[in-house]
Design a protein around this ligand. Structure first.
Ligand code: 23J
Ligand code: MN
Length: 259
C-alpha cells in the first residue's frame, strides 16, 4: 500500500484536496479557430441522435459526435505540427501515459491582459515569476492564467479584427526557454490555441506550436478555472482520447488542488 496514495485518498475524502475542472463545455456553440483562406477550416461540434428511447432504441439514448480534433478544451500532440512529425511517440495513441500527469505552474497575467489583448509573456516576466515561486520543474504543465475564459460570446473569445485575431500568448524566446532549459510537459492556455492571436505573423509563424510540438511537448487550449489554482502545488491530469494516429483531441482536464 502506497502511503502517498492513501494520504491522497484521505485528503480527497476529507476535503483538503479538491478536484478542479479546467474544461469548457463541448457543444454546438463551442468556438473554433478561424484560419484565413487558403487554410482549411476546422468544423465545430455537431451532434446527431442515434436513438432516444424511441423505435431506434426503446430503452437507450446515444448520439453521434462530429468535431475537429482541435475543438474546445483540447490537447495538441507533437505530430500536430510539421516540426514534430518525425518524433517518436508523437500521436495521441503512442504518447507514454506518464506524460499526461504533472505539476502545474500557474502564471497569472490577468492584469496585463486586461490592459493589452496582445500581451505576450516574456522571458523576463517568466523569470520574475520564478524568483517568487521557484524554478519551473521539468515535466510540469505551465498554465497561462489570462482571464480569457471569461469571454462568453464566440465573438469576444476569438476577438477578430480587420488585421486578424487578438489574444494573448507566449513570446517566442519564452517558448524556447520552456521547451529547452525547463523541459516542461507543455503549456496550457485559456485562448482558442496555444499561440497568440497575432502569431501567424511572428517569426517563425505560430512559434508556440512550432517549438513546443517540435520539441515533443504538448499544448492544452481553451482551459478555464485557472484562477482557482495556486501558482504551484496543483497536479494536472490531461489525457487525450487514444485516437490512432491522432494529432490531438478534446479532453477533460482535471487538477487536484489544495482546498
Ligand atoms: C492550426 C493552425 C494554427 C493554429 C492551430 C491549428 C491551433 O491553434 C490548434 O488548435 O492547434 S494556431
Ligand atoms: Mn490545437
Amino acid at each position: 500500500m502506497s502511503d502517498a496514495l492513501s494520504n491522497l485518498i484521505g485528503a480527497l475524502a476529507g476535503g483538503s484536496v479538491r478536484v478542479v475542472d479546467l474544461t469548457q463545455p463541448l457543444g454546438e456553440s463551442t468556438p473554433v479557430i478561424d484560419l484565413p483562406p487558403p487554410f482549411a477550416p476546422s468544423p465545430g461540434v455537431s451532434m446527431e441522435t442515434i436513438s432516444r428511447y424511441d423505435e431506434g432504441g426503446p430503452a437507450w439514448y446515444w448520439n453521434t459526435l462530429r468535431f475537429g480534433e482541435h475543438t474546445g478544451t483540447h490537447f495538441d500532440a507533437p505530430v500536430h505540427w510539421i516540426t514534430g512529425k518525425d518524433l517518436a511517440d508523437n500521436t495521441t495513441d503512442t504518447i507514454p501515459v506518464e506524460r499526461f500527469v504533472g505539476p502545474a505552474c500557474v502564471i497569472d497575467v490577468r492584469e496585463q491582459v486586461a490592459a493589452d489583448a496582445d500581451f505576450l509573456l516574456t522571458p523576463g516576466a517568466l523569470e520574475a515569476w520564478e524568483r517568487e515561486h521557484g524554478q519551473i520543474p521539468a515535466c510540469s504543465w505551465v498554465l497561462l492564467c489570462t482571464g480569457w475564459s471569461e469571454r462568453e460570446s464566440s465573438e469576444e473569445f476569438l476577438n477578430i479584427a480587420a488585421d486578424g485575431p487578438h489574444s494573448p500568448g507566449f513570446h517566442v524566446d519564452t517558448v524556447r526557454l520552456l521547451a529547452d532549459a525547463r523541459d516542461v510537459l507543455g503549456v496550457g492556455v485559456e485562448t482558442v490555441g496555444t499561440d497568440a492571436g497575432q502569431a501567424g505573423g511572428f517569426d517563425p509563424p505560430f512559434p508556440t506550436h512550432t517549438i513546443m510540438q517540435g520539441s515533443g511537448k504538448f499544448g492544452l487550449a481553451s482551459l478555464c478555472n485557472l484562477d482557482q489554482l495556486p501558482p504551484t502545488g496543483a497536479l494536472v491530469v490531461a489525457a487525450p482520447l487514444k485516437v490512432v494516429g491522432g494529432s490531438g483531441s478534446p479532453l477533460r482536464v482535471l487538477a487536484l488542488a489544495p482546498a
